[in-house]
Design a binder for this molecule. Sequence first.
Ligand SMILES: Cc1ncc(COP(=O)(O)O)c(C=O)c1O
Length: 482
Amino acid sequence: MTPVCFLPQGDRLPSIRCLAESLQVNKLTIIEAYNVLEADGVVCARQGSGYFVNSVSVPSANLKSTFAPAQNVIIPKQGGSCFFDMYTAGVHAQSQPGIINFSLGFPHPPKDIDLIARRALKQAPDSLFQYDLPQGQLTLRRQIAQMLIQQGMEISADNLIITNGSEQGLSLALQHHIQPGDWVIVESPTYFGAITFGRASLNAILEKLKAKIIGIPMTAEGMNLELLEQYLKSHRPKLIYTISTLHNPTGITTTQAHRQELLSLAEKYECPILEDNAYEGLCFETVPPPIKAFDKQDLVTYVNTFSKTLMPGLRVGYMVVTGKHYQEILEQKLLHDFHTSTISQAIVSEYLASGHLRRHLKQMRAELLQSRNLMLQALECYFPEEARWTVPNGGLFLWVQLPENIPTKTIRIEALSQNVLVACGSAFFPDKKGYPAMRLSYCLTPEEIEKGISILGKLLKKYLYKGCERISNNHQTLVHSI
Ligand SMILES: Cc1ncc(COP(=O)(O)O)c(C=O)c1O
């Protein structure tokens, strides 16, 4: 066994040749290992001098979340879909020149996609163009299992199903766990693609299956667990949907203690959990293991995706399912679409094998950190002091909580007339109302952030300090056309 030793900051790592000789491995193995450490920010390479241990970066102290909403549970009487409209408006806006689009998070695609895609196709066996198994390619499942084991999950490739994005994972899990008339717990606010009652996944739940939603409010630490327990006791729900890391829309990441307490409650009341970790790869710092890592009773179904870390257009996500649920969900997957695109799977697999994903993520996180800080500065500078916001530790969005009397929908329309598109907070609440809020994506250029936030700040101050004014019909027409 190799003895463990600690290298102080600034120390030089052994040369590739020396280490390869002393460990009796190939030099390529050492190069790959050093690349991994570099991508994780642990070491840095200096041209001609070798690899050195990085200094620890200390996060800025004055970037504190001021998020503190009233704790109201929401039980909507009926559904109402705006997912389709919001999603299509956001996608259209992205291709329109001149629009500052704060509404959807569009991660920048990696620059080396041509190279990786070509390599993936070259190495691919003929079977890449044939029908495949519904659970997806074994190589990719093994690679993902390896990543998840490093996060503390005791699983293997046999617990994984590759899905068409995590949206399909959510849909399959919801359909598996929910029966007509069941209560389902969601965080309030939450990801609108999961609570939407439109054409997608939960159409089956609310409109066909007649499931009923309970929205448990988010605190700055995550779902309010006291209220959760009350409703677990009184309503005996059949599922808890939670986004434990970089929650959409608030950006909150829960602590390990919160995760374990949530799981204990689920165990006590025998209520399965659907854990959605779509943004985990974009965290600026180490996060606690997912709730699934603590699950000993097969209560947690875990979904994740490469949409945020690589490219949403590939449509590659995955779910971790343990115990008796696996086979049934797999059979459903087959009925949905046979399997996820083999070519997309091969491209993701090549990204993982080559270490390019790690390098891409390192760069992306550094860019996102800068953009987040810029947006926080812009909010400080332009937004009214009554506004409160979260300070996410990664991801693409932050959440702004606004004073009670602010007409957010009107402001959205007026902002659009000035080429600024935002996601209204109401879309993220189960009753499509909630409290006045906005979700802002910071995945934009510094110029767009500065300009867009100053326009929004002026509008907010106008309505906050001078009272509401009539909006022109022109603005109304514009918002419907986008
Ligand atoms: C929290 C969350 N889950 C799931 C998804 C679906 O992502 P995809 O289907 O592209 O993997 C999204 C997309 O924005 C999301 O924000």
